[in-house]
Ligand binder design. Structure first.
Ligand code: NAD
Length: 522
């Protein structure tokens, strides 16, 4: 283990010697392939983690089912009390967990801690929810009858998550799933195993203290094959999948093929539109954060920027000025704003996208290369990291109707810019891509706001005004439309997906009439 990893893991009471078990179903184990956790900022191997064998996965799923049978009978407010304790345990280690996210995923410190705070926030939310997961009473047309709509625990929820939010996405799912009375089995990204081990350790300590089986919050570390086996299992009632559109498409087919429940949170290709009346002193830093934050590796990152022709030159000049001052650095140092990409493969994707833009005649206003060699501003210990220069480009074609490059999510800090005349045109461009996650309009004119959030407006799941595309709060349902998968997680009515609903008609009369007046008397 590296020294930095050892320090952080020791603080979290996680073994730091040898290979770390990556499977938990009430007991820690793992005798499958070894996965390396690699630090994106230095390239060093942080730890070696043991994944699940097919047999261990089977055991884990079985343990989850058994744990569900116990947990479903625990009254919901008591489940809320357990959630409150989990909230305390996570909050106590906010700094250490945030540092671990920075070390292993590569996002900067404040974003790492922000992600842990999201876990804390959703636990708070779910504590309240545990006393408010109400069904309802529906009027019956029959005398002496009542109809109840009843939510009950659903079963086993598998959470398959992406590398870029190695803590928060699980938090959103676990909190609602625990409140709902389910057992949850987590299959995290294999490139962020330490974050998932640390979280599972803290959660399992709370469960154990409360006499709840550990497999209520199980963990199986593994790659594609483990993911496929989880998705295929008929013992998994619901799959909550966060990841790329390609993988999501395969997962959806498999789960729907066996009539399981599936919740999809897939890629985004998010646009910000800046109107002539926008307050640029607000819009500029928000677009800057939206495109650079997490080095462009948020599902809500700003990838498209539509500028009104009257402010386009000023806006771009000022934005370029902000980009020019940006220095890449160690994500663990609090002044760093630009961390690395997560993997070498991500760097290759970035380089391919820049090459495609160049060959398609795009103008590159800044960025476009990786930081390498002696003349890069990187400190010596970061030279093995995956650092790239954020790019602003003006593609030759301005409309997604004309060029495919606008339609893909490239998971890297590349901001494509186009200039528009009328809001209608910008909204049409905003909506003309397959994805539908987040979008943002900058204006002070209430008429623009009405159009933007109404039936002729943005078609994304998150539709912001004078707020960037990135950085949602947990209170509202989070998710996207179209190829982003239509899933909703976190707040709002998202909890309703984590339970099984029954309509119960109860007859407390002395007759048994049929509905709709049907007469079947003999
Ligand atoms: P990915 O699709 O490569 O992997 C996601 C998860 O699926 C991982 O745990 C992976 O091991 C697993 N997996 C891979 N192949 C599988 C298969 N055939 N069957 C079952 N599981 C399989 O995604 P990634 O590169 O880790 O994450 C980046 C993507 O996630 C981006 O597209 C980003 O937009 C998206 N994302 C979306 C949201 C959202 O809320 N909409 C949030 C975060 C990330």
């Amino acid at each position: 283990l590296s020294t930095r990893a050892t320090q952080i893991l020791s603080a979290l009471d996680i073994p730091t010697k040898g290979e770390i078990p990556g499977v938990y179903d009430g007991r820690w184990k793992g005798s499958g392939d070894i996965f390396e956790s690699k630090c994106p900022s230095t390239g060093e191997v942080l730890a070696r983690v043991q994944s699940a064998t097919p047999r261990e996965l089977e055991e884990s799923i079985r343990a989850s089912r058994e744990a569900f049978k116990v947990f479903r009978t625990v009254p919901a407010p008591q489940r809320g009390e357990i959630l409150r304790q989990i909230r305390e345990a996570i909050a106590k280690y906010r700094k250490e967990l945030g540092a671990l996210v920075s070390l292993e995923m590569g996002k900067i410190r404040t974003e790492g801690e922000g992600e842990v705070q999201e876990f804390v926030d959703i636990c708070d939310y779910a504590v309240g929810l545990s006393r408010m997961m109400n069904g309802r009473v529906v009027s019956s047309e029959r005398l002496g009858h009542s109809i109840l709509e009843v939510p009950n625990p659903l079963g086993v929820l598998a959470v398959l998550s992406a590398f870029n939010f190695p803590v928060a996405v699980y938090g959103w799912n676990l909190a609602l799933s625990l409140a709902a009375g389910n057992a949850t089995l987590w299959k995290p990204s294999p490139s962020t195993p330490l974050c998932s081990i640390a979280i599972t350790k803290l959660v399992s300590d709370v469960l154990t203290r409360n006499g709840i089986p550990g497999a209520v919050a199980g963990l199986v570390i593994g790659g594609k094959h483990v993911g496929e086996a989880v998705v295929q299992s008929t013992d998994v009632d619901m799959v909550s999948f966060t990841g790329s559109e390609n993988t999501g498409r395969q997962v959806a087919k498999v789960v729907q093929g066996r009539f399981g429940k599936v919740l999809l949170e897939l890629g985004g290709n998010n646009a910000s539109i800046v109107m002539p009346d926008a307050d640029l002193s607000m819009a500029l830093p928000s677009v800057f954060f939206g495109s650079i934050g997490t080095a462009g590796q948020r599902c809500t990152s700003t990838r498209r920027l539509y500028l009104h022709k009257s402010i386009a030159d000023t806006f771009l000049e000022r934005l370029q000025g902000m980009y020019a001052k940006l220095q890449p650095g160690d994500p663990l140092v609090s002044s760093t704003l630009l961390g690395p990409l997560h993997t070498q493969q991500a760097v290759a994707l970035y380089e391919n996208a820049i090459a495609d833009l160049r060959s398609g005649g795009a103008e590159l206003l800044c960025g476009g290369s990786r930081y390498v060699g002696g003349n890069s501003p990187l400190a010596d210990h970061l030279l093995g990291g995956n650092f790239v220069q954020p790019a602003i480009t003006i593609p030759r074609s301005s409309s997604p109707h004309e060029a495919d490059l606008w339609k893909k999510e490239v998971f890297a800090p590349i901001l494509n810019v186009a200039i528009f005349d009328e809001l209608e045109q910008a909204i049409e461009w905003n909506n003309a891509v397959p994805q539908g996650l987040s979008s943002s309009l900058w204006t002070r004119d209430i008429r623009n706001v009405g159009r933007w959030i109404g039936p002729e407006g943005s078609d994304t799941g998150i539709v912001n005004v004078n707020v960037g595309t990135s950085g949602a709060e947990i209170g509202a349902a989070f998710g996207g439309n179209k190829s982003t998968g239509w899933g909703r997680e976190s707040g709002g009515d998202a909890w309703k997906q984590y339970v099984r609903w029954s309509a119960c008609t109860i007859n407390f009369s002395d007759a048994a009439p049929l509905a709709q007046g049907v007469d079947f008397s003999t």
